[in-house]
Design a protein around this ligand. Structure first.
Ligand code: GSH
Length: 213
């Protein structure tokens, strides 16, 4: 297999980067990581060397270039089918793709007002009515998915899937902003944050140089 290279932003801030990184880690992929510190002079030029979208993450695999976090997660699922990054059952898989797509396309208020910031604790910050609406919708998705598909383990579909990868940065935000959650959602967030690969991402992110976007 050609070498896989994932180009990402700062681990402390770049929620979109975290998602495919987790998918690759979960799949046990060997990959090279190129971290471009965002919000620095020259960052855009550097990103454009790897992706015409001007955004990270982007995955290079030989001559294949995949950008957009969800498209990368899909590609990783295809490269590593044994990793179970999508549920095996078609109904569960359709549900997983629906909620992963909703995450990718939505929750703009939450993302804008409560940006990912692993190293800080900001209880209650950013809580507009619209943000509360996003939080309520996410909690409803998690509760419904856990109840219908989660019997086999602590993640949305029991074992870890791309749906969890897509929601992982929401779990970090709920920790940063200390969002109160129903027990089923709390347990889900704890399970995600307790994953070894998530701990590794946190350790690297919180050790990065401190500067504000
Ligand atoms: N829809 C894209 C969003 C990517 C995105 O917004 N990435 C941010 C970092 S988290 C970025 O590259 N920002 C740098 C810039 O816009 O110059 C995805 O899912 O990958």
């Amino acid at each position: 297999m050609s070498e896989l290279t994932l180009i990402i932003g700062n681990k402390n801030y770049s929620s979109w980067s975290m998602r495919p990184w987790l998918a690759l880690k979960h799949a046990g992929a060997v990959f090279k990581e190129v971290l471009i510190p965002l919000y620095q002079p020259g960052a855009k030029t550097q990103i454009l060397e790897y992706s015409s979208s001007g955004k990270v993450p982007v995955l290079h695999h030989g001559s294949v270039v995949v950008w957009e976090s969800l498209a990368i997660c899909e590609y990783v699922a295809e490269l590593f089918p044994a990793a179970g990054l999508w549920p095996g059952d078609p109904a569960a898989r359709a549900h997983a793709r629906s909620i992963a797509g909703e995450m990718h396309a939505g929750f703009a208020e939450l993302r804008r007002n409560m940006p990912m910031d692993l190293r800080q604790r900001k209880p209650g910050e950013g809580r507009t009515a619209a943000v509360d609406g996003d939080i309520a919708r996410i909690a409803a998705i998690w509760q419904d998915t856990r109840a219908r598909f989660g019997a086999g383990g602590p993640f949305l579909f029991g074992s870890f899937t791309n749906a969890d990868a897509m929601f992982a940065p929401v779990c970090t935000r709920f920790a940063t902003y200390e969002v109160a959650l129903a027990p089923v959602c709390r347990a889900y967030v704890d399970a995600v944050l307790d994953l070894e690969m998530v701990r590794a991402w946190y350790a690297a992110g919180t050790a990065e140089p401190w500067y504000l976007p």
